[in-house]
Design a protein around this ligand. Structure first.
Ligand code: FMN
Length: 383
């Protein structure tokens, strides 16, 4: 099948990946209510169709995170890309950089920032999980500086991991090594296995020199998760603000109060995010939270949004309601799992095409014009 849209890429990913990894990407926590709301709340917003508007050249470029970008979306942090496709982080970063949009590397990555910097020269961001071991955090920050990272995303919605029941059923959470039973399941996806095997045993490069994390990506991941600082508070964010001289963005904000706190501490923006419905099930969808947050922080503070973005129309709705830019999660993880770098490139191209067609049918020539129109470009249904 030739994927026509991102749903098609998801279908291919489901067939290509071992179930344990597909479910890890695809699933949410508990009832998966928030994950579904991230998508279904987009359907409660309609785009305004304006006809017979004088055509003007189209321009999808816009400003977010203090820079001009050719597209209103970027690739957000997704853990373990290198397990879905060999050298997955490098493939995703290359596809992003070919489109001149930023790529954000997760703390939970097979490739290190130095690996990435050696292979791509586009805009690189880093997502930090603050760990109990602050000396390791310092190492991460040093490597980010060396790799020329200008924006640091600190993820704050994962002090405790939400229970993702698909992962529990698959035994994902208790995995620390490849057991014979797991190997038998992985062998059912020989093309995926051959691709991963070619790149050697996956291991989190950034902590390879730390024997206390064990060996191999699975054991390292389990140990990293356990060491995420559960006591992280705004005081730590204030300290980080002093330490990190580049742009600092707080990822995982859902309320106006938290967004205002981030702004008042001197952060450069927030990502309105519920971790793709993988953490607090029952929390608001991100698109529903956006207008109240924009009203509270004013027009000059950068708001990024993620959660459920699978269509160009979703990007348009988020921008109309006040987002400066949008971040992709599962959308590009499906593309990568289905077809490697070309899959990510195609996901980017599909979204670009969909945004372009929808804007033209709305009688809007550019993303900046859409930002100017704001919520008058859409209609919000009551429910
Ligand atoms: C498989 C997977 C792994 C993720 N890993 C991370 C991570 O390491 N760090 C992080 O800040 N967010 C992580 N996220 C959350 C994403 O950055 C993003 O908030 C979320 O995927 C957005 O929702 P969407 O996938 O519906 O677009 C992950 C999401 C998925 C699906």
């Amino acid at each position: 099948m030739n994927p026509v849209n991102i749903h098609d890429f998801r279908d291919v990913a489901r067939r290509k990946l071992p179930k344990i990894f597909f479910d890890y990407i695809d699933g949410g926590s508990f009832e998966e209510e928030t994950m579904r709301a991230n998508r279904s709340d987009f359907s409660r917003i309609a785009l305004r169709q304006n006809v017979l508007v004088e055509p003007r050249p189209q321009d999808l470029s816009t400003t977010y995170l203090g820079r001009r970008h050719p597209l209103p979306f970027m690739l957000g942090p997704v853990g373990f890309l290198g397990l879905y496709s060999g050298k997955g982080e490098i493939k995703a970063a290359r596809a992003a950089h070919a489109a001149a949009i930023p790529f954000c590397l997760s703390t939970f990555s097979i490739a290190s920032l130095a690996d990435l910097r050696a292979k791509t020269d586009g805009p690189l961001h880093f997502q930090l999980y603050v760990l109990n071991d602050r000396s390791l955090c310092e190492e991460f920050l040093d490597s980010a500086e060396k790799a020329g990272v200008d924006t640091l995303f600190v993820t704050v919605d994962t002090a405790i991991t939400g229970i993702r029941e698909r992962d529990v059923r698959n035994g994902f959470r208790s995995l620390t090594r490849v057991t014979p039973a797991l190997l038998a399941r992985l062998l059912m996806r020989p093309r995926w296995l051959a691709d991963i095997a070619l790149t050697g045993m996956p291991s989190v490069r950034a902590i390879e020199h730390r024997p206390e994390f064990g060996r191999g990506a699975l054991e390292q991941a389990a140990n990293l998760s356990r060491r995420i600082d559960k006591t992280l508070s705004w005081k730590d964010i204030a300290l980080l603000r002093e330490r990190w001289t580049g742009k600092l963005v707080i990822k995982g904000v859902l309320t106006p109060e938290d967004a205002v706190s981030a702004r008042d501490l001197g952060c450069d923006g927030v990502v309105i995010s519920n971790h793709g419905g993988r953490q607090l099930d029952g929390a608001s969808s991100t698109i529903r939270a956006l207008p109240g947050i924009r009203a509270a922080v004013g027009n000059d503070f950068c708001l990024m949004l993620d959660g459920g973005i699978l269509r160009g129309a979703d990007v348009i709705k988020a921008i109309a309601l006040g987002a400066d830019g949008v971040m992709l999660g599962r959308a590009y993880a499906y593309g990568l799992s289905a077809a490697g770098e070309a899959g990510v490139a195609e996901v980017i191209a599909i979204l670009e095409r969909e945004i372009s067609i929808s804007l033209a049918l709305m009688g809007i020539a550019s993303i900046d014009q859409l930002k100017g129109s704001g919520s008058s470009a859409v209609v919000r249904y009551e429910t």
